[in-house]
Design a protein around this ligand. Structure first.
Ligand SMILES: C[S@@+](CC[C@H](N)C(=O)[O-])C[C@H]1O[C@@H](n2cnc3c(N)ncnc32)[C@H](O)[C@@H]1O
Ligand code: SF4
Ligand code: SF4
Length: 407
Protein backbone atom coordinates (compact mmCIF):
# COMPACT_ATOMS: atom_id res chain seq x y z
CA UNK A 1 0.00 0.00 0.00
CA UNK A 2 1.27 3.50 -0.85
CA UNK A 3 1.58 5.31 2.49
CA UNK A 4 1.26 8.73 0.91
CA UNK A 5 -1.96 7.78 -0.84
CA UNK A 6 -3.42 6.36 2.36
CA UNK A 7 -2.49 9.47 4.27
CA UNK A 8 -5.30 11.95 4.83
CA UNK A 9 -7.73 12.90 7.54
CA UNK A 10 -11.44 12.11 7.62
CA UNK A 11 -14.34 14.50 7.13
CA UNK A 12 -14.83 15.77 10.69
CA UNK A 13 -11.13 16.14 11.45
CA UNK A 14 -10.63 17.97 8.15
CA UNK A 15 -13.61 20.23 8.84
CA UNK A 16 -12.26 21.27 12.26
CA UNK A 17 -8.79 21.83 10.85
CA UNK A 18 -10.20 23.94 8.02
CA UNK A 19 -12.24 26.08 10.43
CA UNK A 20 -9.15 26.70 12.58
CA UNK A 21 -7.08 27.51 9.52
CA UNK A 22 -9.60 30.00 8.09
CA UNK A 23 -10.28 31.56 11.48
CA UNK A 24 -6.60 32.34 12.01
CA UNK A 25 -5.83 33.29 8.40
CA UNK A 26 -6.44 37.06 8.53
CA UNK A 27 -4.81 37.78 11.90
CA UNK A 28 -1.86 35.51 11.13
CA UNK A 29 -1.03 37.29 7.88
CA UNK A 30 -2.38 40.78 8.49
CA UNK A 31 -2.10 41.63 12.18
CA UNK A 32 1.02 43.79 12.69
CA UNK A 33 0.34 44.03 16.45
CA UNK A 34 -0.08 40.29 17.02
CA UNK A 35 -3.72 40.78 18.10
CA UNK A 36 -6.12 38.03 17.10
CA UNK A 37 -9.84 37.25 16.84
CA UNK A 38 -11.52 35.98 20.05
CA UNK A 39 -10.30 32.64 21.44
CA UNK A 40 -11.91 29.76 19.58
CA UNK A 41 -10.43 26.80 21.48
CA UNK A 42 -9.61 26.53 25.20
CA UNK A 43 -7.48 23.78 26.76
CA UNK A 44 -8.07 23.40 30.48
CA UNK A 45 -5.49 21.21 32.21
CA UNK A 46 -7.63 20.70 35.30
CA UNK A 47 -4.89 18.80 37.11
CA UNK A 48 -1.43 17.55 36.26
CA UNK A 49 -1.75 14.75 38.81
CA UNK A 50 -2.24 11.27 37.40
CA UNK A 51 -2.98 7.70 38.48
CA UNK A 52 -0.50 6.35 35.89
CA UNK A 53 3.21 6.86 35.21
CA UNK A 54 3.48 6.18 31.47
CA UNK A 55 7.03 5.76 30.20
CA UNK A 56 6.64 8.14 27.26
CA UNK A 57 4.49 10.75 29.07
CA UNK A 58 5.54 14.31 28.34
CA UNK A 59 5.07 15.04 32.06
CA UNK A 60 6.83 11.94 33.40
CA UNK A 61 9.74 13.92 34.91
CA UNK A 62 7.32 16.23 36.70
CA UNK A 63 5.14 13.34 37.88
CA UNK A 64 8.10 11.36 39.19
CA UNK A 65 10.05 14.19 40.81
CA UNK A 66 7.33 16.38 42.28
CA UNK A 67 6.14 15.33 45.77
CA UNK A 68 2.41 14.46 45.90
CA UNK A 69 1.64 17.39 48.21
CA UNK A 70 3.30 19.90 45.87
CA UNK A 71 1.49 18.41 42.86
CA UNK A 72 -1.92 19.38 44.22
CA UNK A 73 -0.92 22.50 46.15
CA UNK A 74 -2.42 25.63 44.61
CA UNK A 75 -4.70 23.84 42.10
CA UNK A 76 -7.72 25.90 41.10
CA UNK A 77 -10.79 25.07 43.19
CA UNK A 78 -14.12 23.93 41.73
CA UNK A 79 -15.47 27.48 42.01
CA UNK A 80 -12.43 28.93 40.27
CA UNK A 81 -12.72 26.44 37.38
CA UNK A 82 -16.43 27.15 37.03
CA UNK A 83 -15.60 30.84 36.79
CA UNK A 84 -12.96 30.09 34.12
CA UNK A 85 -15.52 28.06 32.15
CA UNK A 86 -17.98 30.95 32.41
CA UNK A 87 -15.35 33.29 30.92
CA UNK A 88 -15.12 31.32 27.64
CA UNK A 89 -16.46 32.74 24.40
CA UNK A 90 -19.87 31.73 23.13
CA UNK A 91 -18.91 29.75 20.03
CA UNK A 92 -15.75 28.20 21.38
CA UNK A 93 -14.66 24.61 21.97
CA UNK A 94 -13.39 23.49 25.39
CA UNK A 95 -10.90 20.64 25.81
CA UNK A 96 -10.30 19.29 29.31
CA UNK A 97 -7.04 17.46 29.78
CA UNK A 98 -4.41 16.59 32.37
CA UNK A 99 -2.72 14.71 33.97
CA UNK A 100 -5.80 12.62 34.41
CA UNK A 101 -9.07 14.55 34.57
CA UNK A 102 -10.83 11.90 36.71
CA UNK A 103 -8.25 12.28 39.48
CA UNK A 104 -10.25 15.41 40.31
CA UNK A 105 -13.37 14.33 42.19
CA UNK A 106 -15.26 17.34 40.84
CA UNK A 107 -14.50 16.65 37.18
CA UNK A 108 -18.09 15.68 36.29
CA UNK A 109 -19.29 18.98 37.80
CA UNK A 110 -16.86 20.91 35.57
CA UNK A 111 -17.83 18.82 32.55
CA UNK A 112 -21.50 19.41 33.18
CA UNK A 113 -21.08 23.18 33.42
CA UNK A 114 -18.97 23.30 30.26
CA UNK A 115 -21.45 21.12 28.34
CA UNK A 116 -24.33 23.40 29.29
CA UNK A 117 -22.57 26.25 27.51
CA UNK A 118 -20.10 25.06 24.86
CA UNK A 119 -18.95 22.23 22.62
CA UNK A 120 -16.72 20.05 24.76
CA UNK A 121 -13.92 17.51 24.34
CA UNK A 122 -11.91 15.77 27.04
CA UNK A 123 -8.84 13.56 27.00
CA UNK A 124 -8.54 10.77 29.55
CA UNK A 125 -6.73 7.48 30.00
CA UNK A 126 -10.26 6.11 30.70
CA UNK A 127 -9.09 3.80 33.51
CA UNK A 128 -11.50 5.60 35.85
CA UNK A 129 -14.35 5.91 33.36
CA UNK A 130 -16.83 3.80 35.32
CA UNK A 131 -20.40 2.94 34.34
CA UNK A 132 -22.03 5.96 36.00
CA UNK A 133 -19.58 8.38 34.41
CA UNK A 134 -19.87 6.75 30.98
CA UNK A 135 -23.68 7.00 31.15
CA UNK A 136 -23.50 10.62 32.27
CA UNK A 137 -21.06 11.45 29.47
CA UNK A 138 -23.49 10.15 26.86
CA UNK A 139 -26.32 12.11 28.49
CA UNK A 140 -24.16 15.22 28.12
CA UNK A 141 -23.63 14.59 24.40
CA UNK A 142 -25.63 16.75 22.01
CA UNK A 143 -28.51 15.25 20.05
CA UNK A 144 -26.93 16.54 16.86
CA UNK A 145 -23.19 16.30 16.49
CA UNK A 146 -21.52 19.74 16.73
CA UNK A 147 -24.13 21.15 19.12
CA UNK A 148 -23.52 22.33 22.68
CA UNK A 149 -22.35 19.44 24.90
CA UNK A 150 -19.86 16.57 24.98
CA UNK A 151 -18.76 16.07 21.34
CA UNK A 152 -15.38 14.30 21.50
CA UNK A 153 -13.61 11.86 23.79
CA UNK A 154 -9.86 11.49 23.33
CA UNK A 155 -8.52 8.41 25.04
CA UNK A 156 -5.12 6.78 25.01
CA UNK A 157 -4.24 3.24 24.06
CA UNK A 158 -0.62 2.65 23.15
CA UNK A 159 -0.64 -0.93 21.93
CA UNK A 160 -1.89 -4.44 22.52
CA UNK A 161 -2.68 -5.48 26.12
CA UNK A 162 0.91 -6.51 26.94
CA UNK A 163 2.58 -3.57 25.22
CA UNK A 164 0.15 -0.98 26.56
CA UNK A 165 0.57 -2.22 30.15
CA UNK A 166 4.36 -1.99 29.85
CA UNK A 167 4.25 1.53 28.36
CA UNK A 168 1.60 2.69 30.84
CA UNK A 169 3.56 1.02 33.67
CA UNK A 170 0.51 -0.64 35.19
CA UNK A 171 -0.69 -4.21 34.82
CA UNK A 172 -4.39 -4.21 33.95
CA UNK A 173 -4.38 -0.65 32.58
CA UNK A 174 -5.35 -1.84 29.08
CA UNK A 175 -8.37 -3.80 30.32
CA UNK A 176 -9.56 -0.89 32.47
CA UNK A 177 -9.28 1.62 29.62
CA UNK A 178 -10.91 -0.66 27.06
CA UNK A 179 -13.75 -1.38 29.50
CA UNK A 180 -14.39 2.36 29.99
CA UNK A 181 -14.32 3.20 26.28
CA UNK A 182 -16.43 0.19 25.27
CA UNK A 183 -19.07 1.08 27.86
CA UNK A 184 -19.26 4.62 26.59
CA UNK A 185 -19.52 3.39 22.99
CA UNK A 186 -22.28 0.99 23.98
CA UNK A 187 -24.31 3.68 25.80
CA UNK A 188 -23.82 5.99 22.84
CA UNK A 189 -25.20 3.37 20.49
CA UNK A 190 -28.19 2.72 22.77
CA UNK A 191 -28.92 6.46 22.90
CA UNK A 192 -28.95 6.73 19.10
CA UNK A 193 -26.52 9.65 19.30
CA UNK A 194 -23.50 10.14 17.06
CA UNK A 195 -21.58 12.03 19.73
CA UNK A 196 -19.24 11.79 21.47
CA UNK A 197 -16.90 10.81 18.68
CA UNK A 198 -14.23 8.55 20.18
CA UNK A 199 -10.62 9.29 19.23
CA UNK A 200 -8.01 6.80 20.39
CA UNK A 201 -4.62 8.47 20.77
CA UNK A 202 -1.49 6.40 20.24
CA UNK A 203 1.95 7.92 20.61
CA UNK A 204 4.25 6.43 17.95
CA UNK A 205 7.22 5.00 19.85
CA UNK A 206 9.81 2.29 19.49
CA UNK A 207 8.03 0.20 22.13
CA UNK A 208 4.77 -0.13 20.14
CA UNK A 209 6.04 -0.22 16.58
CA UNK A 210 5.72 -3.99 16.23
CA UNK A 211 2.05 -3.92 17.24
CA UNK A 212 1.02 -0.57 15.71
CA UNK A 213 -0.81 -2.31 12.87
CA UNK A 214 -3.09 -4.00 15.44
CA UNK A 215 -4.35 -0.63 16.67
CA UNK A 216 -7.16 -0.21 14.09
CA UNK A 217 -8.65 -3.57 15.13
CA UNK A 218 -8.39 -2.59 18.81
CA UNK A 219 -10.10 0.75 18.12
CA UNK A 220 -12.87 -0.92 16.09
CA UNK A 221 -13.42 -3.59 18.74
CA UNK A 222 -13.76 -0.96 21.49
CA UNK A 223 -16.29 1.00 19.41
CA UNK A 224 -13.91 3.90 18.67
CA UNK A 225 -14.06 6.01 15.53
CA UNK A 226 -10.63 7.51 14.94
CA UNK A 227 -7.05 6.33 15.51
CA UNK A 228 -5.06 9.45 16.24
CA UNK A 229 -1.34 8.77 15.77
CA UNK A 230 0.77 11.29 17.67
CA UNK A 231 4.46 12.03 17.26
CA UNK A 232 6.40 11.88 20.51
CA UNK A 233 7.31 15.21 22.11
CA UNK A 234 10.10 15.39 24.69
CA UNK A 235 10.21 19.15 25.28
CA UNK A 236 8.69 19.00 28.77
CA UNK A 237 11.42 16.79 30.22
CA UNK A 238 13.09 20.05 31.23
CA UNK A 239 10.96 21.40 34.06
CA UNK A 240 11.89 25.01 33.39
CA UNK A 241 9.95 24.95 30.07
CA UNK A 242 7.05 27.38 30.26
CA UNK A 243 8.78 29.48 32.90
CA UNK A 244 11.84 30.72 31.00
CA UNK A 245 12.29 32.21 27.55
CA UNK A 246 11.52 29.40 25.03
CA UNK A 247 14.31 30.77 22.79
CA UNK A 248 16.90 29.53 25.24
CA UNK A 249 16.52 25.90 24.18
CA UNK A 250 18.16 24.33 21.15
CA UNK A 251 17.65 21.02 19.38
CA UNK A 252 20.49 19.46 21.41
CA UNK A 253 18.67 20.23 24.68
CA UNK A 254 15.83 17.87 23.79
CA UNK A 255 16.29 14.11 23.96
CA UNK A 256 14.18 13.31 20.91
CA UNK A 257 13.64 9.59 20.42
CA UNK A 258 14.91 7.97 17.21
CA UNK A 259 13.27 5.16 15.23
CA UNK A 260 14.78 3.43 12.23
CA UNK A 261 13.18 4.96 9.13
CA UNK A 262 12.47 1.70 7.30
CA UNK A 263 10.95 0.08 10.38
CA UNK A 264 8.70 3.07 10.98
CA UNK A 265 7.65 3.19 7.32
CA UNK A 266 6.74 -0.50 7.36
CA UNK A 267 4.76 -0.18 10.60
CA UNK A 268 2.80 2.85 9.39
CA UNK A 269 2.12 1.23 6.02
CA UNK A 270 0.66 -1.86 7.68
CA UNK A 271 -1.37 0.33 10.06
CA UNK A 272 -2.95 2.28 7.19
CA UNK A 273 -3.87 -0.96 5.42
CA UNK A 274 -5.43 -2.40 8.58
CA UNK A 275 -7.33 0.83 9.23
CA UNK A 276 -8.87 0.63 5.79
CA UNK A 277 -9.86 -2.97 6.41
CA UNK A 278 -11.56 -2.07 9.71
CA UNK A 279 -13.14 1.20 8.51
CA UNK A 280 -11.20 3.28 11.04
CA UNK A 281 -10.05 6.81 10.23
CA UNK A 282 -6.36 7.39 10.95
CA UNK A 283 -5.51 10.91 11.96
CA UNK A 284 -1.90 11.94 11.43
CA UNK A 285 0.12 15.10 12.22
CA UNK A 286 -0.46 17.96 9.78
CA UNK A 287 2.60 17.32 7.66
CA UNK A 288 3.60 15.19 4.69
CA UNK A 289 4.33 11.56 5.46
CA UNK A 290 8.08 11.99 4.87
CA UNK A 291 8.25 14.62 7.63
CA UNK A 292 6.81 12.16 10.16
CA UNK A 293 9.66 9.81 9.25
CA UNK A 294 12.07 12.75 9.51
CA UNK A 295 10.84 13.57 13.02
CA UNK A 296 12.10 10.18 14.25
CA UNK A 297 15.21 10.37 12.09
CA UNK A 298 17.37 13.48 11.75
CA UNK A 299 14.48 15.82 12.68
CA UNK A 300 12.51 18.10 10.37
CA UNK A 301 13.36 21.64 9.34
CA UNK A 302 11.16 23.83 11.55
CA UNK A 303 11.21 26.63 8.99
CA UNK A 304 8.80 24.50 6.93
CA UNK A 305 6.09 24.75 9.60
CA UNK A 306 3.72 27.38 10.91
CA UNK A 307 1.97 27.53 14.24
CA UNK A 308 -1.55 28.86 13.85
CA UNK A 309 -2.76 27.40 17.13
CA UNK A 310 -1.57 30.31 19.28
CA UNK A 311 -3.83 32.57 17.19
CA UNK A 312 -7.01 30.78 18.25
CA UNK A 313 -6.13 28.65 21.32
CA UNK A 314 -5.61 29.46 24.99
CA UNK A 315 -4.39 27.05 27.69
CA UNK A 316 -5.12 27.30 31.40
CA UNK A 317 -2.92 25.18 33.69
CA UNK A 318 -3.97 23.41 36.88
CA UNK A 319 -2.77 26.28 39.06
CA UNK A 320 -4.31 29.03 36.96
CA UNK A 321 -1.34 29.81 34.70
CA UNK A 322 -2.39 31.02 31.25
CA UNK A 323 -0.43 30.05 28.16
CA UNK A 324 -0.76 30.34 24.36
CA UNK A 325 0.83 26.89 24.67
CA UNK A 326 2.73 25.34 27.56
CA UNK A 327 6.12 26.63 26.42
CA UNK A 328 5.29 30.23 27.41
CA UNK A 329 3.36 31.53 30.42
CA UNK A 330 1.62 34.87 29.91
CA UNK A 331 -0.54 35.34 33.01
CA UNK A 332 -2.71 33.75 35.68
CA UNK A 333 -6.50 33.60 35.98
CA UNK A 334 -6.15 34.57 39.63
CA UNK A 335 -4.86 37.95 38.51
CA UNK A 336 -6.59 38.71 35.21
CA UNK A 337 -9.62 37.70 33.16
CA UNK A 338 -8.99 35.48 30.13
CA UNK A 339 -10.17 38.18 27.72
CA UNK A 340 -7.59 40.64 29.08
CA UNK A 341 -4.76 38.14 28.67
CA UNK A 342 -5.80 37.00 25.17
CA UNK A 343 -4.70 40.15 23.36
CA UNK A 344 -2.45 41.45 26.13
CA UNK A 345 1.13 42.58 25.37
CA UNK A 346 2.85 39.28 26.38
CA UNK A 347 0.67 37.13 24.17
CA UNK A 348 0.81 39.51 21.20
CA UNK A 349 4.60 39.62 21.47
CA UNK A 350 4.79 35.81 21.58
CA UNK A 351 2.60 35.47 18.48
CA UNK A 352 4.74 37.93 16.53
CA UNK A 353 7.91 36.16 17.59
CA UNK A 354 6.60 32.67 16.80
CA UNK A 355 5.41 33.89 13.39
CA UNK A 356 9.06 34.58 12.51
CA UNK A 357 10.12 30.99 13.17
CA UNK A 358 9.73 27.91 15.35
CA UNK A 359 11.36 27.16 18.67
CA UNK A 360 13.35 23.96 19.17
CA UNK A 361 10.68 23.11 21.77
CA UNK A 362 8.08 22.90 18.99
CA UNK A 363 9.48 19.55 17.79
CA UNK A 364 6.82 16.86 17.96
CA UNK A 365 4.06 19.34 18.85
CA UNK A 366 0.72 18.28 17.38
CA UNK A 367 -0.07 21.93 16.56
CA UNK A 368 2.67 22.24 13.93
CA UNK A 369 1.26 22.81 10.45
CA UNK A 370 3.28 22.18 7.35
CA UNK A 371 3.71 25.29 5.21
CA UNK A 372 4.07 23.96 1.66
CA UNK A 373 5.02 27.37 0.20
CA UNK A 374 7.79 27.93 2.75
CA UNK A 375 9.01 24.38 2.15
CA UNK A 376 9.18 24.93 -1.62
CA UNK A 377 11.11 28.16 -1.10
CA UNK A 378 13.60 26.43 1.19
CA UNK A 379 14.01 23.44 -1.11
CA UNK A 380 14.73 25.79 -4.03
CA UNK A 381 17.53 27.44 -2.03
CA UNK A 382 19.15 24.52 -0.20
CA UNK A 383 21.99 26.47 1.44
CA UNK A 384 20.76 27.47 4.91
CA UNK A 385 20.18 31.23 4.94
CA UNK A 386 19.46 31.43 8.64
CA UNK A 387 19.43 29.16 11.68
CA UNK A 388 16.71 26.54 11.72
CA UNK A 389 15.01 27.72 14.86
CA UNK A 390 14.92 30.81 17.01
CA UNK A 391 16.95 29.13 19.71
CA UNK A 392 19.99 28.90 17.46
CA UNK A 393 19.51 32.51 16.38
CA UNK A 394 19.41 34.04 19.82
CA UNK A 395 20.59 31.54 22.35
CA UNK A 396 20.91 32.66 25.90
CA UNK A 397 22.43 30.12 28.24
CA UNK A 398 22.62 32.61 31.08
CA UNK A 399 19.41 31.54 32.78
CA UNK A 400 19.84 28.95 35.48
CA UNK A 401 17.80 25.77 35.03
CA UNK A 402 15.66 25.08 38.09
CA UNK A 403 12.74 22.75 38.67
CA UNK A 404 9.36 24.37 38.20
CA UNK A 405 5.88 23.57 39.32
CA UNK A 406 2.98 23.10 36.92
CA UNK A 407 1.44 26.56 36.67
C1 LIG B 1 -0.85 14.26 28.60
S1 LIG B 1 -2.14 13.16 28.23
C2 LIG B 1 -3.43 13.67 29.33
C3 LIG B 1 -4.68 12.83 29.21
C4 LIG B 1 -4.64 11.43 29.82
N1 LIG B 1 -3.87 11.32 30.98
C5 LIG B 1 -4.23 10.40 28.79
O1 LIG B 1 -3.17 9.81 28.90
O2 LIG B 1 -5.02 10.24 27.85
C6 LIG B 1 -2.79 13.77 26.68
C7 LIG B 1 -2.33 12.97 25.49
O3 LIG B 1 -0.94 13.19 25.29
C8 LIG B 1 -0.34 11.97 24.93
N2 LIG B 1 1.07 12.03 25.27
C9 LIG B 1 1.66 11.69 26.43
N3 LIG B 1 2.97 11.84 26.35
C10 LIG B 1 3.26 12.30 25.12
C11 LIG B 1 4.45 12.65 24.44
N4 LIG B 1 5.64 12.55 25.03
N5 LIG B 1 4.36 13.11 23.17
C12 LIG B 1 3.14 13.22 22.56
N6 LIG B 1 1.97 12.90 23.15
C13 LIG B 1 2.03 12.44 24.42
C14 LIG B 1 -1.11 10.95 25.72
O4 LIG B 1 -0.98 9.65 25.19
C15 LIG B 1 -2.51 11.46 25.63
O5 LIG B 1 -3.17 10.94 24.53
S1 SF4 C 1 -2.10 8.74 31.76
FE1 SF4 C 1 -1.70 10.56 30.53
S2 SF4 C 1 -0.95 12.16 31.94
FE2 SF4 C 1 -0.93 10.17 33.02
S3 SF4 C 1 1.16 9.50 32.86
FE3 SF4 C 1 0.00 8.58 31.17
S4 SF4 C 1 0.14 10.02 29.42
FE4 SF4 C 1 0.82 11.05 31.27
S1 SF4 D 1 4.11 24.71 17.52
FE1 SF4 D 1 5.41 25.57 19.14
S2 SF4 D 1 4.50 27.56 19.63
FE2 SF4 D 1 2.96 26.37 18.51
S3 SF4 D 1 1.72 25.36 20.06
FE3 SF4 D 1 3.35 23.94 19.49
S4 SF4 D 1 5.02 24.32 20.94
FE4 SF4 D 1 3.62 26.07 21.03
Amino acid sequence: MDANAAYGNGAITSLYQRIQHLYSFLPYYLSPTGASLPTWHYYFEVTRRCNLRCKMCQYITWLKTTPAKTQSEGELSTEEWLDVIDQTNRFSLITFTGGEVFVRKDFMTLLERACSKRRVHFISNATMLNEDRARQCVELAPKRFGGRGFNFLGTSIDGTREVHDVIRAQKGAFDKSIRGVSMLAKFRQESGKKAPLIHVNTVIQDENLDCLSQMPAIVAEAGGDVLNLLTEMRSFDDLTVGHVDPGKFSKEDIAQKRIDRRRLHAALNDTFAEAKRHGIEVRMPRMPYEEVLNHYDQGYDLRKFQCRSIWFTLYVGSKGGVYPCFIRKVGNVREKRLKEIWNGPELREFRKRRRQGGFALCRGCCELEYDAKAARRLDAAPAPSKPEDLASAARSKTEVSRPMDAG
